[in-house]
Ligand binder design. Structure first.
Ligand code: 4NP
Length: 150
């Protein structure tokens, strides 16, 4: 199947999936790949909000601007409209399945031995955000390389 669109999904859409979206957007631009990328959360708490400060900071330290993103909640129509739905951890995957998504994939299966990307919302300050960035960057780039044959 040709992949034309990817939706990254976490819980709040303010910490992890905005990083996946921002990294993917930058990478496909660099590589001149035509792909629509978005992110969403399974929860509704943060709809309309910008990503969390520490995600904006770690992205910026790595040359990625996610500051203009706005959180949105995943919708059932997303499951028809996106070719790939990628959860950041096992609970995102089970939430997606409960919402009717038949075949969500897990980001950690693309280069991190299937590990969960830990939820930094509950971290103490900035510590750990660099590891989260590194995991997401590695897996997002592998995923895109795999789907686009690099
Ligand atoms: P995220 O982190 O899923 O990586 O965006 C979270 C952000 C907010 C909440 C949970 C996780 N929350 O419970 O509000």
């Amino acid at each position: 199947m040709e992949v034309k669109s990817i939706l990254f999904v976490c819980l709040g859409n303010i910490c992890r999936s905005p990083l996946a979206q921002g990294i993917a957007e930058q990478y496909i631009k660099e590589k001149n790949i035509e792909l629509v990328v978005q992110s969403a959360g399974t929860g509704s708490w943060h709809i309309g909000e910008a990503p969390c400060e520490n995600s904006i900071k770690v992205a910026s330290l790595n040359g990625v601007d996610i500051s203009k993103q706005k959180a949105q909640q995943v919708k059932k129509s997303d499951f028809k409209n996106f070719d790939l739905i990628i959860g950041l951890d096992d609970s995102n995957i089970s939430n997606l399945k409960n919402l009717g998504c038949k075949n969500p994939l897990k980001l950690g299966d693309f280069g991190f031995n299937g590990e969960d990307v830990p939820d930094p919302y509950f971290f103490d300050g900035f510590e750990g955000f660099d590891k989260v960035f590194e995991m997401i960057e590695h897996c997002v780039k592998n995923l895109i390389d795999e789907k686009f044959g690099n």
